[in-house]
Design a protein around this ligand. Structure first.
Ligand code: S3P
Length: 170
């Protein structure tokens, strides 16, 4: 499929990429990386401050740069990527080169529940949460599927079973 043995987790905000990614890394002795954390550390700023000060496009450029840098340094890593990162064509191509791309699919109802108290994600701030999620999901769902080597359903499932889906697909 590709030359690198990384697992890349993509999916909507709140789909569990970071929690599941940490679980995989602990239980299968892989290094864990998260593009949001990588960017926050590199620029010493919170994502929401980057959005406020520099805007979304500047943040997307930082994401593309982050994927390029990770491509040079990651092997046997689990990498959780920000929910909007696979929207750029170049990023989907770079992710595929980086390893097995796993789309964590979650239902809108579940995402609304999980994100209802969140204050860290600028794209969900203000207005009607469900409408925001639905409209972003409509714009992104096909791109997530296009990027994915494996699609894993998340709602109500145990991590062991989700991981088994990945293994059986690669
Ligand atoms: C975003 C998702 C966030 C973060 C930023 C933008 C998006 O990451 O990168 O707030 O556009 O979907 P998570 O998916 O880890 O929440």
């Amino acid at each position: 499929m590709n030359s690198k043995n990384n697992i890349i987790l993509i999916g909507f905000m709140g789909s569990g990429k970071t929690t599941f990614g940490r679980w995989i890394s602990m239980s299968h002795s892989m290094k864990f990386l998260d593009t949001d954390e990588y960017i926050e550390k590199k620029y010493n700023k919170l994502i929401k401050d980057i959005f406020r000060e520099s805007g979304e496009e500047a943040f997307r450029d930082m994401e593309t740069q982050a994927v390029r840098e990770l491509a040079d340094s990651c092997d046997n890593c689990v990498i959780s990527v920000g929910g909007g990162l696979p929207v750029r064509d170049i990023n989907r191509r770079l992710l595929k080169e980086l390893g097995v791309v796993v789309y964590l699919e979650a239902e809108v109802d579940e995402l609304v529940k999980r994100l209802s108290k969140d204050t860290s994600r600028p794209l969900l701030a203000g207005g009607n949460l469900r409408e925001k999620i639905e409209s972003l999901m409509t714009a992104r769902e096909e791109l997530y599927k296009d990027a994915a080597d494996v699609i894993v359903k998340t709602d109500g499932r145990r991590f062991e079973d989700m991981y088994a889906d990945i293994v059986s697909a690669i």
